[in-house]
Design a protein around this ligand. Structure first.
Ligand SMILES: Cc1cc2nc3c(=O)[nH]c(=O)nc-3n(C[C@H](O)[C@H](O)[C@H](O)COP(=O)(O)O)c2cc1C
Length: 445
C-alpha cells in the first residue's frame, strides 16, 4: 500500500487551524518540516503540496496565503533523504521550458524524489494574474496539458544518460553526440531546446494527476504514474480504478500496474470510537457554515447560496471546475438522501473526501478492505489539522498496517519511483537509436 499526505499546513479542513492543538500557519516552514520529517520517519511514499494561482479573502485558510510549492521543495530537498516530494504546477499558466528545468533541478537536488502534480488550473480567476484574456475552456486546458507534457518529456530527454563526460585528459566536457534538440513546433508551444540540465535521476519526475472528467481520465490514463481521486463508495472506487487502468492499457499500451490510484481520505483517529466522533464534532462545531457552503459550491461548480438549506441537494449542470468532486458528492447525497445542509456540513469536515473516523483498528480495517478489493493502490491522507491529526494516524494506524504486512517498515530504494514500484523510463534513444543525420546536427549545435 502506498501512502502520501496532503500537507496544507493550516489544515485540510477549513476549521482545522482553529483546534486548540493545531499549529496554525500555511507559511510555517518549521511546521511543514516537522510533519515532513514525521512522514519520512513513518516511511510515507511522499508529501504533497497543492496549489492555485490566485487568492481572495474568503478562500480556504490553507490556500489564501501559502508558500509556492517548487520553492518549498527546494528547502525540503535539503532536510530529507528518502521521502518523495510532490509539488503542484499548472500547465495553463507556466511555460514548459521553465517548469521542466525547475523540476529537473529539484530531481537532481533530491537524488530522484520529485513528483509533479499536473493541474490544468481549475480556477478561472488565475487568468487575470497572467495577462490572459480568458481562462481556456475545460477541453482546451487538457489539450494544452497533453502538449505541455510531450514538450517537458522531450526536454528531459535533451541529453542521453552519461552525456556529461568531463574528461580532463581529452578536454571533452560534454558528449555532443548525446544531445537531442527538441525543435518542437506545436499548436500551443514552440520550444527549440535543448534543456540546460542533464536528464533527471528518475528519467522523468513522477507525474501525478487528478482528472475525473472524461477528458481528465483520458489524460491521466495517458501520462500519470499516480492518480488522486475523490471516492466515497468502495464499488464506485473499484469501477473508477478499473476504468482508468483499462484506458491506460488498451488505449496507451501502458502496464496498468504502473499506474497507482490513490483516493483521498480524511482521517480522524481516536482511542475509542466515541472519542473520534467527539473530535469530528469539535471540528464541525468550529467550521464556519459560510466557508463550508463556499467550498461545496466550488466543488459542485455552482453557487449554492440561494438554494434552501433544508431542501434536497439540487440537480445541477455538470461542473467545469472539479467534475470528480461534483460527481462523487452528488452521488453521495443521493445515496444517503441528504439535504443541502447535511451535504454542506459533510464537506465542512471532509472537503468532500472519504471520511474515516474511528479507532486505529477500524480505520486500518477499512483501508485494508479498499486496498485488497482493488479500490485503491494506496491513499492520499488529508488530516484535518497539523501536526496532531497526522501524528495520530502515523503513530496508531501505520503500525497496524505494518503489522498486517500492508505497508513498508523501511524504504527499499532511494527514489520516489522505487517507493512506488514504477520503473524509470529509458531514454527514447535506447529503443530508437538516433540517425546519423541527427548525430551530425547534434555535433554542430
Ligand atoms: C487530492 C486532489 C488534489 C488536488 N489538488 C489540486 C491543486 O493543488 N490545484 C488544482 O488546481 N487542482 C487540484 N485538484 C483538482 C484536479 O487537478 C482537477 O482539476 C480535478 O480533479 C477535476 O478534474 P476534471 O477537470 O477532469 O474534472 C486536486 C484534486 C484532488 C482530487
Amino acid at each position: 500500500m502506498h501512502l502520501g499526505v496532503l500537507l496544507l499546513a493550516a489544515g485540510n479542513m477549513v476549521s482545522g487551524w482553529r483546534l486548540p492543538e493545531a499549529e496554525a500557519g500555511s507559511q510555517n516552514l518549521l511546521l511543514i518540516k516537522k510533519v515532513t520529517d514525521k512522514a519520512e520517519e513513518t516511511k510515507f511514499d511522499f508529501v504533497f503540496f497543492a496549489d492555485g494561482l490566485n487568492s481572495f479573502a474568503g478562500m480556504h485558510p490553507s490556500m489564501v496565503v501559502r508558500l509556492e510549492p517548487l520553492t518549498l521543495l527546494g528547502a525540503l530537498a535539503m532536510t530529507t533523504t528518502h521521502i518523495g516530494l510532490a509539488a503542484t504546477a499548472s500547465t495553463t499558466y507556466t511555460e514548459p521550458y521553465n517548469l521542466a528545468r525547475m523540476l529537473a533541478s529539484l530531481d537532481h537536488l533530491t537524488g530522484g524524489r520529485i513528483a509533479w502534480n499536473v493541474v490544468t488550473g481549475a480556477f478561472a480567476e488565475a487568468a487575470e494574474n497572467f495577462g490572459a484574456a480568458k481562462h481556456p475552456p475545460h477541453e482546451e486546458r487538457y489539450a494544452i496539458a497533453q502538449e505541455f507534457i510531450a514538450v517537458a518529456k522531450g526536454l528531459w530527454d535533451s541529453w542521453e544518460e552519461e552525456s556529461l563526460v568531463m574528461d580532463k585528459a581529452s578536454g571533452k566536457f560534454i558528449d555532443a553526440a548525446k544531445l537531442h534538440v527538441l525543435d518542437h513546433k506545436g499548436k500551443f508551444f514552440n520550444v527549440k531546446g535543448p534543456l540546460n540540465i542533464t536528464r533527471p535521476p528518475q528519467g522523468y519526475p513522477v507525474l501525478m494527476q487528478a482528472g475525473a472528467s472524461d477528458a481528465g481520465i483520458n489524460f491521466a490514463a495517458s501520462i500519470a504514474d499516480v492518480v488522486f481521486t475523490v471516492q466515497q463508495n468502495k464499488d464506485t472506487a473499484i469501477a473508477f480504478a478499473n476504468r482508468l487502468k483499462a484506458v491506460a492499457e488498451r488505449q496507451y499500451l501502458r502496464n496498468p500496474r504502473h499506474l497507482k490510484v490513490m483516493p483521498g481520505i480524511c482521517t480522524v483517529v481516536g482511542s475509542t470510537e466515541a472519542k473520534a466522533k467527539a473530535k469530528l464534532a469539535e471540528i464541525g462545531s468550529l467550521t464556519d457554515p459560510d466557508y463550508a457552503l463556499k467550498a461545496l459550491s466550488e466543488r459542485m461548480g455552482t453557487d449554492l447560496s440561494s438554494y434552501p438549506l433544508d431542501g434536497p441537494v439540487p440537480e445541477l449542470p455538470p461542473s467545469t471546475i472539479m467534475q470528480g468532486h461534483a460527481i462523487t458528492l452528488a452521488e453521495t447525497a443521493r445515496r444517503r438522501n441528504m439535504t443541502l445542509r447535511e451535504l454542506r456540513d459533510f464537506v465542512g469536515v471532509s472537503m468532500g473526501h472519504k471520511l474515516m473516523c474511528g479507532t486505529p483498528e477500524q480505520i486500518a480495517d477499512e483501508m485494508e478492505e479498499w486496498f485488497r478489493d482493488g479500490a485503491a493502490d494506496g491513499f492520499n491522507l488529508l488530516p484535518p489539522y497539523f501536526p496532531g491529526a497526522f501524528d495520530d494516524f502515523a503513530d496508531h494506524v501505520v503500525p497496524l498496517l505494518q503489522k498486517r504486512g500492508l505497508f513498508r517498515t523501511e524504504y527499499n530504494g532511494r527514489t520516489l519511483r522505487d517507493h512506488l514500484g514504477i520503473p524509470r523510463p529509458d531514454h527514447p534513444a535506447k529503443e530508437r537509436p538516433i540517425s546519423s543525420d541527427r548525430l551530425r546536427q547534434a555535433s554542430m549545435t
